[in-house]
Design a protein around this ligand. Structure first.
Ligand code: 26Q
Length: 838
């Protein structure tokens, strides 16, 4: 049911925006004009909430969460904001009456791809939940001009294309040129004494860059809250260096401007090795410094504020070590700039920060060569040394004579070239340290942060990741959302545990029928997309077996491909075998410098080409790679999946979040005991989860005992056939060199233990096929997966953070419905009060 008055208002406002903001007449409007106009209409309402929200926070001086993240992978705004504002149906109707298709308008939005994958998307889900739970909060990050690259596929290979997300304008951001921070780089320090004779250090940077705030409002689901995401763009302090200009060095002057602006030009891809690139360090310092200066500015605004109480006003979360420089920068701001004593400043700092770790892979832990660190941030290096000196004194006091332990704990890694260990800086400077899934947190305590756990066990907590059910269920899967709402009411988007009320319906034949129809329709939609984008025709009645995520050896997309090859060979060998037809879908980007990951993409395409063309099997097996996997493109994928592939080597995936998005949409999981899979399996019930593979302990034991993958090749004929086909050119037009690096790696030391899990995986997939053949049984399991996934809402994660780490409370916002419209005429209408759910 749409509200007539709202539809009429939206129509009028939309036309006003088209004329008044864009200067377009309807017949001359491009699709982008339509998109911008509708966005302005929605933005008007978001702004009203934002004003009410910031006013309330200011008056109450509420304790505020600052979420510092180098990445926010938000996805398109318009559809999400219409959903949260409760205007979806009215907007659809209004557009239809004006002769436009809402979906086409939504499709026009270029997503802000300001993140690589899981970590960046998590930050976006958390912003959504913070607003929905009415928590005073600010997100701080970087406004990259070029986000994650667009992925093209040429001849089966990934080709990267620059992401130009700002090319057609961004109606969601508000530039705040008056909120500008100066950030220094390089130079030297000078020690001296101040007027009171106290020791003081002055940093004389070689270069100063200005950060300008760009604000994006993030609104809660059907409430009065709109919080702020503040992203910093780098600019030259003066657009001209006039000395250079006056001396006739025009190019020198412009060079400096270009240099400054380079800092926020481009998002770094997460390479398999976290390389020490100076620009990356500059990015981190830049956004952290702007953000902390901004927090201090806001804190002081209230007047007479004593910075020794700063930690009472702010809880600052470090999303991985990317913002860990904040520990040193806050010390510098408090001690050098605001004249606080070291002990007081350290007390504030230690009580301000908390640190989330997202990885156990040693090669992914950030370290900066001391040389580079000191050249770029000379004062920060001194501060790191001083923090370290005091910290190691404490360590030696606790463990007299244990020099090895002190060396392991030190902020400076002295093995090889000296480097600053960012995870150690974050751990020492934080009040709490958390992992992102129960298993991950336990492994943190016994592996990479073991010594810190022994020192400060009370600092460690677990907060299992979650995902927002607004975007990933309500918005992505409207068919399922309606069916669920019809069955259990509409409280679930805000209280996902409500889904449990679907459980009794799992055995209901009529409900099962409707559930299956929703999945079938979603699969038909995805099939159309796959055909258009990958040129592969697939049957919506086949089992949709899906793996979408960044391409990485530890995520083992190639294990999935080995199974595809095994299945193909089996279908050829035993045409009578009882197994359902399958469509195996892949999607994901490879870091541009990660050769094996790129070869994995090529492998999927090569196998697809052969398998899809085989007349003997093409009705039973199809393979496709969906190009350019991102937030926008994932929306039709989760709702259409029957089977979710979560097959990382146990102990390597910190949590995973795609696993939650799939299960929420009624997919069953095939997975290892890794990351959050462990908890998902417990939640949905072991009988509703396809488990395979070695456990963390078994993996460790096997590596310790001497793992010999070649023995497995020699003893398992199916495995041998698969690897032989890879090596002998079956999938590469006879070229035996193409996949050689992969085969060699697998038969060499197989670092991710694919071969060790191959047999178990293939057998488990056989079981999946058998289960799928019993339609009613499968449907029951699918319903139960959705019904029991409530725990994995990011609302639960945020509630955990609020309680265990941040100690913040909700502050509901009273908002009057906007005096609708963009022009003075319409703002004269009487405002309509809106009810705030308690
Ligand atoms: C670091 C330094 C230099 C250049 C790039 C990077 C960099 C950038 C991004 C390193 C890592 C990342 C991203 C990591 C990430 O996405 N981790 C994932 O986080 C998810 C949310 O917690 C987890 O679910 C995944 O298990 C974890 O892999």
């Amino acid at each position: 049911m749409t509200d007539r008055a709202t539809v009429d208002t939206l129509k009028r406002e939309f036309q006003e925006a088209l004329f008044g903001a864009l200067g377009r007449f309807p017949a001359g409007a491009t699709r982008n004009d339509l998109y911008i106009s509708l966005s302005l209409v929605a933005r008007w309402r978001v702004m009203t909430r934002w004003v009410a929200t910031s006013e309330t926070y200011y008056e109450r001086a509420s304790r505020t969460v600052c979420y510092l993240s180098a990445e926010f992978l938000l996805g398109p705004h318009l559809g999400n904001n219409l959903l949260n504002l409760g205007l979806q149906e009215e907007a659809r109707q209004a557009m239809a009456e004006l002769g436009h298709d809402l979906d086409a308008i939504l499709d026009q939005e270029e997503e802000p791809g300001l993140g690589n994958g899981g970590l960046g998307r998590l930050a976006a889900c958390y912003m959504d939940s913070l607003a929905t739970l009415e928590i005073p909060s600010l997100g701080y990050g970087i406004r990259y001009e070029f986000g994650i690259f667009d992925q093209l596929i040429h001849d089966g290979w990934q080709v990267e294309k620059t992401d130009k997300w700002l090319a057609l304008g961004n109606p969601w951001e508000i530039p705040r040129p008056e909120i500008a921070m100066n950030v220094g780089f390089g130079g030297h320090t000078e020690a001296g004494t101040d007027e009171q004779g106290r020791y003081q250090v002055r940093w004389v940077p070689e270069r100063v860059v200005r950060g300008i705030a760009y604000d994006t409002p993030i609104c809660g689901y059907r409430n009065g809250t709109a919080n702020l995401l503040r992203l910093w763009k780098a600019e030259a302090v003066d657009s001209f260096d006039f000395t250079a200009f006056n001396q006739g060095d025009y190019w020198g002057a412009v060079d400096q401007k270009v240099d400054s602006e380079n800092i926020t030009k481009v998002l770094y891809p997460n390479d398999e090795l976290v390389k020490g690139r100076q620009l990356r360090l500059e990015q981190q310092h830049f956004f952290v410094s702007c953000s902390l200066q901004d927090m201090i500015r806001i804190f002081m605004q209230k007047g007479g504020a004593d910075l020794r109480h700063m930690h009472e006003k702010y809880a600052v979360q470090l999303n991985d070590t990317h913002p860990a420089l904040g520990v040193a920068e806050l010390m510098r701001l408090l001690v050098d700039v605001h004249g606080m004593g070291w002990e007081d400043a350290w007390e504030v700092t230690r009580n301000t920060f908390a640190y989330t770790n997202h990885t156990l892979l040693p090669e992914a832990l950030e370290k900066w060569p001391v040389e580079m660190f000191g050249a770029c941030l000379p004062r920060h290096l001194e501060i790191v040394y001083e923090i370290n000196r005091r910290f190691l004194d404490e360590v030696r006091g606790r463990y007299p004579g244990d020099g090895r332990r002190a060396a392991r704990l030190s902020l400076i890694d002295e093995t090889g070239g000296r480097s600053v260990r960012m995870a150690h800086l974050a751990s020492v400077g934080s009040r709490r340290i958390n992992g992102v899934a129960a298993l991950h947190t336990e492994l943190l305590k016994t592996s990479v942060l073991r010594d810190f756990h022994e020192l400060w066990p009370e600092k460690f907590v677990n907060v299992t990741n979650g995902v927002t059910p607004r975007r990933f269920l309500a918005l992505a899967n409207p068919r399922l959302a309606s069916l669920i709402t019809e069955a259990i009411g509409d409280a679930w988007p805000k209280d996902l545990e409500e889904l449990r009320r679907l459980e009794p319906l799992a055995g209901d034949a009529a409900f099962g029928e409707r559930w299956r129809k929703v999945k079938r329709d979603n699969k038909a939609d995805l099939a159309a997309i796959v055909e258009a984008r990958a040129g592969v025709v697939c049957d919506p009645d086949s089992l949709f077996d899906v793996q979408v995520k960044r391409i990485h050896e530890y995520k083992r997309q190639h294990l999935n491909v080995l199974h595809v090859i095994a299945l193909w060979q089996r279908f050829r060998r035993e045409p009578g075998v009882a197994a359902p037809p399958r469509t195996v879908l892949f999607g994901g980007k490879a870091a541009p410098g990660y050769r094996m990951a790129k070869l994995m993409i090529k492998l999927v395409h090569s196998v697809a080409e052969v398998v899809n063309a085989d007349p003997d099997t093409r009705d039973r097996l199809r393979v496709a790679f969906i190009p350019d996997y991102n937030v926008k493109n994932c929306m039709p994928i989760f709702p259409a999946a029957d089977l979710s592939e979560q097959i990382s080597t146990a102990g390597k995936e910190a949590s995973g979040t795609g696993n939650m998005k799939f299960a929420m949409n009624g997919a069953l999981t095939i997975g290892t005991l890794d990351g959050a899979n462990v908890e998902i399996r417990e939640a949905v019930g072991p009988e509703n989860f396809f488990l395979f593979g070695l456990t963390v302990q078994e993996i460790e034991r096997l590596s310790a005992d001497g793992y010999r993958p070649r023995d497995l090749y020699e003893t398992d004929p199916a495995l041998r056939d698969v690897l032989d086909a890879l090596a002998d050119g079956t999938f590469s037009l006879g070229d035996t060199s193409l996949f050689r690096p992969m085969v060699d790696s697998l038969l060499g030391d197989d670092p991710w233990m694919l071969l060790a899990d191959f047999r178990s995986y293939v057998d488990c997939q056989t079981e999946v096929g058998r289960a799928y053949l019993d339609r009613d049984h499968w449907t029951r399991l699918s319903i139960l997966n959705t019904a029991r996934i409530g725990r994995f809402s990011s609302d639960r994660s945020i509630a955990d953070y609020c309680r265990d780490i941040w100690r913040v409370e909700r502050v509901p916002i009273e908002v009057e419905e906007p005096s609708a419209g963009l022009s003075p005429r319409s703002t004269q209408r009487a405002p309509r009060p809106e009810r705030i759910p308690s």
